[in-house]
Design a protein around this ligand. Structure first.
Ligand SMILES: [Zn+2]
Length: 308
């Protein structure tokens, strides 16, 4: 009986039923979001193991809580998620599909002794952490950053102060939250590796353990800022003729907004997919230990250019 419960397919179904019911009860997701979260969560539990699941659970719960934080106040200033803050399948797949792919990658590369010996599962794990860290940092920074006391600035022109909720707006509070999200995810992975290494099969060497937290913090920070940059440059944007805010919403201050730029079919979901893909790529590069070469190259470039 216990053996059967321990099988990842059975335990995964149980765990997902429990957290699915909780997420639905707390109004974190609507029905479509619940079904897609079930698919994403179960696949990650089954392929990436408990540590990968706990990492995406951190994202899911913290994003849910941050979205609900002072929701009425956000709604009053048109800063809130639509649908009363409930995430739909678009949100769930937008933030979950890339981590899910890398989770499957961890599992598949672990099946081949050659690939496993060459450290492929860890590269996939690096990609996984990079994607989740980027998405978490971006979501938490936007949901909490809007409470910044000082006005945010535009990422493409840091001297320009812009209204809260503007696409591509960044604040010190948001940047701090992004760093913290990355740190938290790195520490979760590190704790699991210390307490129960067999739950983190992707990690086999001490170097990989050392890289874990810097990888998570860096991907969160860089990925989150790339997201703001992609948003500011590519995303479709509208201006509110009442308050002057530049948003991705077609209605603001109860009036229809005016289209002013960006690619019309390029929405926030595309921006998120792009940035979590970049975060994942960066995670693989850092996981491969290539950041030593990048930093080294940068160092020599600076030395060379300053001496000439
Ligand atoms: Zn407005």
């Amino acid at each position: 009986m216990l053996d059967m419960l321990m099988h990842p397919a059975v335990s995964g179904l149980l765990v997902m039923t429990l957290f699915g019911a909780l997420a639905y009860k707390l109004h974190f997701v609507d029905i479509s979001g619940l079904i897609s979260a079930f698919v994403v969560g179960f696949t990650i539990w089954y392929t990436g193991g408990v540590v990968s699941f706990v990492i995406i659970l951190f994202f899911f719960l913290s994003a849910g809580i941050a979205t609900k934080m002072k929701y009425k106040e956000k709604a009053k200033h048109n800063l809130a998620q639509e649908g009363k803050g409930k995430r739909s399948w678009k949100n769930v797949f937008g933030s979950g599909i890339i981590p899910m792919m890398f989770s499957v990658g961890i599992h598949l590369t672990g099946q081949f002794p050659d690939l496993a010996a060459a450290g492929w599962p860890f590269l996939m794990f690096g990609g996984y952490i990079g994607a989740v860290a980027t998405t978490s940092a971006d979501t938490l920074a936007s949901e909490i950053g809007v409470f910044s006391k000082s006005k945010p600035r535009l990422i493409t022109n840091l001297r320009r102060k812009v209204p809260r909720g503007t696409i591509g707006a960044v604040s010190l509070l948001g940047e701090g939250v992004a760093l913290f999200a990355g740190l938290f995810i790195g520490v979760i992975a590190l704790l699991f590796s210390f307490v129960s290494p067999n739950l983190v099969p992707a990690i086999t060497t001490t170097e990989q353990l050392i890289v874990l937290v810097p990888l998570s913090v860096l991907t969160a920070f860089i990925g989150c800022n790339l997201d703001s940059l992609f948003g500011a440059v590519l995303q479709n944007r509208f201006v509110c003729e009442i308050c002057g805010a530049v948003t991705d919403k077609e209605f603001h201050c109860n009036y229809e907004t005016k289209y002013i730029g960006g690619f019309k079919t390029f929405t926030n979901m595309h921006v998120n997919l792009g940035s979590s893909g970049m975060g994942a790529t960066l995670g693989i590069i850092l996981g491969a230990g290539l950041f030593v070469w990048i930093l080294g190259g940068l160092f020599f470039w600076i030395v060379a250019s300053s001496s000439s």
